[in-house]
Design a binder for this molecule. Sequence first.
Ligand code: SF4
Ligand code: SF4
Length: 145
Amino acid sequence: MANPFNLPMMGRSLRNLLSRPATRRYPSEVRPHFAGTRGTLEFDLDTCVFCGLCARRCPTVALTCSREDRFFAIEQLRCIACGVCIDLCNKDSLRMSEDAPHVHLHTGAAPGDPRPGHQEWHQQPPDGSPPVPGDAAGGTATAAV
Ligand code: SF4
Ligand code: SF4
């Protein structure tokens, strides 16, 4: 008759119960940037003149710029941090920051917007509506002035 206490997985199960989780509790626990990481692209609405040069030259089409609508957008999950747009912008409106919120925490341009990593800015809301406030905890998904 088989020994009911001979459970080969019991030792491993007990070890797992008493040890730390093998994975992080993302997004509440975010890994710090590695040394040498370029960071996350940040945009400054106050200095941008909406020339569109950065958007035309971005190799991954991560930027959208409209001079007519005074609109700028970054798809953070497309950006490969190459720095081309930063070098091109003579208004210093773009920069890499290691302090920026993690790109996966950007939740979209508006409440209910499912696009992760999407950020957009309107210099003047097109319909004259008040600006949509950003989410300071998870990254400014929309910055409107
Ligand atoms: S960020 Fe710089 S290059 Fe891009 S649209 Fe604005 S001013 Fe032009
Ligand atoms: S850093 Fe490179 S990939 Fe990212 S938005 Fe600028 S040009 Fe595009």
